[in-house]
Design a binder for this molecule. Sequence first.
Ligand code: OFO
Length: 166
Amino acid sequence: MLSKSIQEALNKQVQMEAESSQAYLAMASWTEIQPGLEGVSNFFYQQSDEERQHMLKLVRFINERGGYAMVPALEQPMVTFPSIKKLFEEYLNHELKVSNSINDLVHLSLSEKDYATHNFLQWYVNEQIEEERVARTLNDKLELIGDDRSGLYLFDRDIMNYRGKE
Ligand code: OFO
């Protein structure tokens, strides 16, 4: 059975995963209408789907443990971006924020001796390690590319290779 505070914190995480899904959907849509960024757009469509899965996993867990997962209201995410570089910075910052939030949840579960939730959260801890790695790698690549248009062409072509999953 979940304590009230754990239930609330897990529901906040539901909201965060839903917001991640929306934020990446906005990135997918914006890059889809820019010339030559089909690869980046596909990448964010997939990221958005994954975040929805992360949200659902939490919803099912909360309900399974005797709580109630409440579908949250969402704010509109950033829908236009000054540059592709800024978009990827935004992506990395977002992942760092999510990692912090997962860490806080892990801390709370330990302080309340809720080992079932603690165990459940390990999947998210590992997922965030991977997602931060991918986001950092992509930011580093863009830094290297600078204003080189052929570099950006290759970046778009190869972006799926940096995911390290599939
Ligand atoms: Fe939900 O995995 Fe990153 O944010």
